[in-house]
Design a protein around this ligand. Sequence first.
Ligand SMILES: Cc1cc2nc3c(=O)[nH]c(=O)nc-3n(C[C@H](O)[C@H](O)[C@H](O)COP(=O)(O)OP(=O)(O)OC[C@H]3O[C@@H](n4cnc5c(N)ncnc54)[C@H](O)[C@@H]3O)c2cc1C
Length: 481
Amino acid sequence: MRKRSIATNDPHIQALARIVGERAILYRKEDLMAYDCDGFTVHRHLPKAVVFPTSTEQVAAVVRYCHEHDLPFLARGAGTGLSGGAIPLNGEVVISLTRMKRLLHVDLENRRAVVEPGFVNLKLTNSVAHRGYYYAPDPSSQYCCTIGGNVAENAGGAHCLKYGVTTNHILGLEVVLPNGEVIEIGGNGVPDPPGYDLLGLLTGSEGTLGIVTKITVRLLKNPEAKQTVLAYFDEVEDASQTVSDIISAGIVPAALEMMDQTAIEAVEAAAFPVGHPKDIAALLLIEVDGISAGIDEQIDDILAICRRHHVREVKVAQSEEERARWWANRKTGFGAMGAISPDYLVQDGVIPRSRLPEVLREIANISRKYGLRIANIFHAGDGNLHPLVLFDASKPGETERALAAGSECLKACAAVGGSITGEHGVGIEKKEEMRFIFTDEEILAQTAIRDVFNPKNLLNAGKLFPTPGRCVETKMPSTVK
Ligand SMILES: Cc1cc2nc3c(=O)[nH]c(=O)nc-3n(C[C@H](O)[C@H](O)[C@H](O)COP(=O)(O)OP(=O)(O)OC[C@H]3O[C@@H](n4cnc5c(N)ncnc54)[C@H](O)[C@@H]3O)c2cc1C
């Protein structure tokens, strides 16, 4: 094999290469371009370098070096984040965790597993499925996103309605702090550990408090039975009311997903069409699971509620193959937008379920106001909306219009007592929108916590909180914009 050598006099690149090895660092512009953004593609910035450590010791050594030399740095998993969390805004050293991808330990007796942060989400379920277990959080990107990235974003997924999001499935973390020290949090199964809930704090902190290098997760036993329903509606109001009535009837489906007409047009034009009628206003994909006894009754109740709300057609999956096709159609929904639009922006608002019809009406108004189509694919059961703003970045001004339309959608969610993010995080994308739901004092309380962990603010600076200098002051190092 040809031996590579570092072709730069930059002392920082040379020092980092000594830590991770010459074959585990990128520093040439043409290589760095692949790391200039994540799934939020409207901002692009080149990193200083990308390093690929293979152990906690290497991560800690890289972090210590950056800390001592005031180099901004950030962690990156698969780069599927939709809010710009892994974008190197300040020319960061990107610490890619993709080579730390081992399944370290499976303990079925205690229903847990230990993984490295670069382990891909779906691989975990695939690794234990033959023994009757699975890992519940199932973001639609689960075939490629990493569990480290899921922890940082507190990722959700279609089946999180019943089983809870990532934070409900994390039992322990090993974390490299921004000064290079390594700490362990939780992991020993104590239900109410003494001290602050650092596990809760770190999960969802969007890579601003530390770099996760090991994760202990909860595994669940496969449900005994599962049934899936597909329901087509001529009116969005009827579909929305069906969602509300299912939940208020005391049924907690494993998943309760909605797609509107524009979304259906996209998924039917993309890789996994299933023959949804294109003239319906909305569809619901509903799954119930649990012990076999009682499942049929729940399905009967769901069918009755659908009929009460004038469902045009409703069917129950007749085979595992049919169910899998329906889910593939739904789970590839974001990517399917590429079939009907050159670019799209995914939003991630949360609303009380009861306000669904009025917020969807408001989103339709926003779509008209900005002259941009907006598709809706979302976790209706927990009120987590994903308006997808379709645009063409090659047309002057359209990206800005799309961003403004997306922001207005979030304002509409906040206005009914909802939130600006349900699972994708704040990142760069929604940091100004934090003001829709938090006062200056509330934001300051959060940045104060960040400053305890990350006092030099070298780790993932410029994310999560509004730009300083207006009302809220946050510390920014001189190297950071
Ligand atoms: C098609 C598609 C569908 C999606 N569907 C869903 C969905 O259903 N639900 C959902 O919640 N999300 C979804 N997402 C968003 C995304 O997949 C998740 O946010 C995921 O958790 C990101 O994981 P990642 O490995 O790609 O992380 P990255 O994008 O690489 O990083 C995300 C953030 O985590 C930080 N980070 C990464 N690794 C670590 C680590 N080891 N330690 C500390 N910080 C770290 C980064 O600095 C960054 O801030 C979707 C994305 C796409 C493209």
